[in-house]
Write a protein that binds this ligand. Structure first.
Ligand code: SAM
Length: 318
């Protein structure tokens, strides 16, 4: 615990964040992250119409407000989070309690009806569900998860929300799946395991249990393998979204730069996400200058219900 700063953040984390975002943005991010978080949810259209879902939320005694910019997404104040997550609307699968930044990752992927989509790091399945909704019955969704207990949770979650008939689940290492399904998918999502810096809360040591500089380096190694695998699973012309809920440039821009250096067929595409506070991908970190294309990635900064997130959309051109 000696490494914990007085304010309750892991000490090295605060310093690194100030270097990555600049001191002012870092201070705003920390303040937003320390504040009690609103809870956002979206209507699960596999189970309910917006009218029925909202009626069920109101019957749970809640008065949700629409979240500006994201259609079909609603929020309740922080003090009502428990009532939302344990209410009948959530238990019945009519809504899915989900951070707007996670929803934005699927919007960036933009799955279309009838497409074949691979979710390479899928559990517990929040993004898989939205992908399944978007591709519709004519589409194909494959969801890969490497950790057995989380794989079972993924399947249960998909079943509870009416998507079990629409998604094929695989207990496998996403870094290896390209060997079996090379070039098959229209879109691939890599919601990578990460050091989860955007989920650290001051004074809540359990939220920082994945955080250390060594962990960041270990995650970056995993992420590079997953991203390279994802690119290989795409058909030429297909789209890939790489995302994390961490600020560490080693796990974000540096991973994208690593891919671009080895795969000239990968191109970064610009992103427009209706989050209140964003910044472009960093152009450098430590001693490494990133290619200009990496600045087309997007950092979502924490604000209200929006959690800190990194998003990079890539196209396989050949
Ligand atoms: C950030 S979470 C995914 C959250 C999920 N996409 C959602 O929206 O609900 C990352 C997931 O990747 C899984 N994972 C870690 N290493 C993996 C690997 N090599 N292949 C596939 N999944 C992996 C983790 O167990 C974890 O469930």
């Amino acid at each position: 615990m000696a490494a914990r700063a007085a304010a309750g953040w892991p000490r090295g984390f605060v310093e690194r964040l100030a270097r990555a975002l600049g001191p002012d943005e870092a201070a705003r991010a920390l303040a937003a992250q320390a504040a009690p978080a609103h809870a956002a949810f979206r209507v699960n259209r596999l189970r309910a119409t917006p009218e029925a879902a909202l009626a069920a939320v109101r019957a749970d005694g809640l008065d949700p407000e629409p979240l500006p910019g994201l259609e079909g997404v609603w929020a309740v104040p922080a003090h009502a989070r428990g009532r939302l997550t344990h209410g009948r609307a959530a238990a019945g699968g009519l809504i899915y309690v989900q951070n707007p930044s996670s929803i934005a990752a699927v919007l960036a992927l933009d799955p279309r009806p009838g497409e074949a989509v691979l979710d390479l790091c899928a559990a517990p399945g929040g993004k898989t569900l939205l992908i399944a909704e978007r591709v519709g019955e004519a589409g194909i969704v494959s969801a890969v998860e490497a950790v057995r207990a989380r794989f079972h949770r993924l399947r249960a979650n998909l079943a509870r929300h009416g998507a079990d008939g629409r998604v094929r689940c695989f207990l496998a290492d996403g870094a290896r799946v390209w060997r079996k399904v090379e070039g098959r998918f229209d879109r691939v999502l890599v919601d990578a395991p990460c050091s989860a810096e955007a989920r650290i809360r001051p004074g809540a040591p359990e939220t920082a249990r994945h955080w250390s500089e060594r962990k960041i380096a270990e995650m970056a190694r995993k992420q590079r393998r997953l991203l390279a695998s994802a690119l290989r699973c795409l058909r030429p012309g297909g789209v890939l979204v790489y995302c994390t809920c961490t600020y560490a440039p080693e796990e974000n821009e540096a991973v994208a730069a690593w891919l671009l250096a080895r795969h000239p067929e990968a191109r970064v595409e610009p992103l427009a996400i209706p989050a209140p506070r964003t910044m472009p991908g960093l152009c450098d970190w430590a001693d490494e200058a990133f290619p200009e294309a990496v600045t087309r990635a997007l950092r979502i900064l924490p604000d209200g219900p929006w959690e800190g997130f990194f998003l990079c959309r890539l196209r396989r051109t050949a």
